[in-house]
Design a protein around this ligand. Sequence first.
Ligand code: KIV
Ligand code: ZN
Length: 432
Amino acid sequence: ASKYRAFPQVKLTDRQWPDNAITKPPIWMSTDLRDGNQALIEPMSAEKKLRFFEMLVQIGLKEIEVGFPSASQTDFDFVRKLVEENRIPDDVTIIVLTQSRDELIRRTVASAAGARRAIVHLYNSVAPVFRKVVFGMSREEITQIATSGTTLVKQLVAQHPETEWGFEYTPESFSTTELDFSKHICDAVSAIWKPTPHNKMIVNLPSTVECSTPNVYADQIEWMSRKLARRDSLIISVHPHNDRGTAVASAELAVMAGADRVEGCLFGNGERTGNVDLVTLAMNLYTQGVHPGLDFSDIDSVRKCVEECNQLPVHPRHPYAGDLVFTAFSGSHQDAIKKGFAQQQPGALWEVPYLPIDPADMGRSYDAVIRVNSQSGKGGMAYLLEQEYGLVLPRRLQIEFSRAVQAVADASGREIAATEIHDIFSREYFEQ
Ligand code: KIV
Ligand code: ZN
């Protein structure tokens, strides 16, 4: 049983409650090594990709998009290395992306042939602006690109029966495309692939550029989920980007609206403002009592690996993982947190104010929670003296001593570490 519970715990409306909630995790797909990688200033070397891949496996990802092999020799060689050196665990499926062009499809299938399980991910752009401005093509010509690509993938994978092949189709720029056309093209593709309830096909519906409020995207997903042909043979996937800063909300609402699967990157790497952040999504589920099936119990080592491979820092205020998210400077917050920790019983529901999650669940420590600067009251410094030095200060002394610490913090304008607080304490009370 989880020590977390879903919010809100009050009834908001007279309708059936809760109106909607995510009660089981979606299928997760990491596109760190593809969408994430293609957006890096310096794309990852094969060594970094392998390190990242192994970390994703460790976390529990079962679907990993490993590259765009027809677009990059590094990616092609990396996929071959994974296959030939048997680096892919039996329960992990690799995904290889391709545009819908014959020679690119051939190279993509060749890259993954021999893997135990692989998904060919075919995409073409379908939105009016692409049809008009980029390709100068009609709806039917765009549909023809998708269906002829699907036909070729089907023929080619049949030549490699040693691999268990899956198929994913993305109508790129879905969220800015007319819904009837998105349905038409996805139905045309699935009519060729012929998925079954036991051998489903993935239909991935991206907000390639996020351009609406999350409820609109969710409505689009719901419409597709209700209208697509062969729905029981499809896995509906979402791939939200973060251009409006609402990718996490978009993914959560989309799952409530019928999506089965989410594609994203750790800490929200990816094109422009990034893909949806899988860490935040997973931990949001965890803190409402639904285990995400991904293991972030040592978040610092995951973060270190991602920062080193991507050469991008994780923001100090990044949900769940930033340096400052289990920290309180303000006196009233510190006091409430301190009381919460003191009363929290092992295994009981989590009831520490201001902290949505037990830092220990992410491998972070309680000690880092309380920090002291000029905004802090007596509680923080008393807590640190007790935790670090076993010094329990009576309340009157706390009030008096906090003035001495605040004077130092005000004068320096900096944070005051536990050692410095102890030095001030010694100076004030033992060295006179
Ligand atoms: O954002 C997007 O539409 C994509 C597709 C190629 C899946 O990355
Ligand atoms: Zn993308």
